[in-house]
Design a protein around this ligand. Structure first.
Ligand code: NAP
Length: 296
């Protein structure tokens, strides 16, 4: 399969390049392809003639997006539509990576793919519009919603907690936001699995289970062997962040189960693997360990 990846310089993009490298991949960073540039998108996709496109490029600065709505929509919605139109023109299937922030977090239990969306922030609204535009123009789409990403190449919650632990004896973390932390390597593997099928539609793809930000910070420190660092709970209201966040945006993986696709492993096992930095290592038989459990 010939795959084209956008946003290849991002934290997910880099793991996509590693994981999907078993196929023929052409990967574009922002410098190589600005997805808001309609002509460039059309030209490059027409030249590359991919059979599948994984669209990981996005405007991801959630708080800054509140002050830059035009730029956010230009990239997350209009940019996605450029990619989708070109995907359809060359007959490629398309993965659009979306977010738990399309939900308002008031359900009180994990969201499945049928649940009503109601984004609270400019970022969430722009990503939802991106979903809708992709669905409208490219029937062979996978809308892959994911959440709380961390990976080797990102500046994310996990790497931030580890960096703070090097210089502070005490951290303060909100305990009223719940979600499903997800390792980019696992997400990339799952996207690879989806691309091998024609079971198009919306999928919630996150490491299984959920926790609060506070519990996540505690677990990171425990697993990384940082003993003696206190993690104080705080409330989101104590921090005046520009973008509202959903309070409880954990995912249920109904879509993957109904399609008979491998489920993601649980979030603690994935986090442990990330902290051991064992992605892509081979086992005693020389086979690459798959981070995804067998279906069931
Ligand atoms: N991070 C999370 O917790 C999270 C949660 C749910 C869903 N997601 C979704 O997952 C996907 C990957 O996120 P990520 O965490 O890997 O984010 P990321 O590290 O910020 O990667 C996004 C990449 O897109 C690039 N980009 C921005 N504008 C672009 C443009 N106009 N043209 C081409 N490339 C552009 C960025 O380049 P620059 O850095 O140079 O701007 C960056 O390399 C996104 O669709 C995001 O919405 C993320």
């Amino acid at each position: 399969m010939k795959i084209l990846i956008t946003g290849a310089g991002g934290q997910l993009g880099r793991d996509l390049v590693r994981v999907l490298g078993r196929w023929h991949c052409t990967a574009f960073t922002r410098q190589q392809l600005d997805i808001a540039d309609e002509k460039a998108v059309r030209r490059l996709i027409a030249e590359a003639k991919p059979e599948a496109i994984v669209h990981a490029a996005a405007y991801t600065k959630v708080d800054q997006a509140e002050a830059e709505p035009e730029e956010t929509y230009r990239i997350n919605a209009i940019g996605a539509s450029h990619v989708a139109i070109s995907a359809e023109a060359v007959g490629a299937k398309m993965v659009y990576v979306s977010t738990d922030y399309v939900f308002d977090g008031t359900k009180g239990e994990p969201y499945d793919e049928q649940d009503r969306t109601n984004p609270l922030s400019v970022y969430g609204k722009s990503k939802l519009l991106g979903e809708q535009l992709v669905q409208a123009v490219c029937p062979r789409h996978f809308i892959v919603r994911t959440s709380w990403l961390y990976g080797k190449d990102g500046n994310n919650f996990v790497t931030k907690v580890l960096a703070l632990a090097e210089r502070q004896q005490e951290l303060t973390v909100v305990d009223d936001q719940f979600g499903s932390p997800t390792y980019t390597y696992d997400l990339a593997e799952c996207i690879g699995g989806l691309l091998e099928t024609d079971r198009y539609g919306i999928y919630h793809v996150a490491n299984r289970g959920y926790c609060s930000r506070w519990a996540l910070a505690k677990t990171i420190l425990e697993l990384a062997g940082h003993t003696g660092i206190a993690v104080r709970p705080a409330r989101s209201d104590d921090y005046a962040l520009p973008a509202p966040r959903p309070a409880h945006s954990a995912f249920a993986d109904r879509g993957l189960r109904l399609a008979g696709l491998p489920r993601m492993r649980d979030w603690k096992t994935a986090l442990e693997a990330f902290l051991r930095n064992d992605w892509g290592k081979t086992d005693e038989n020389g086979d690459r360990r798959s981070p995804i459990e067998a279906a069931g």
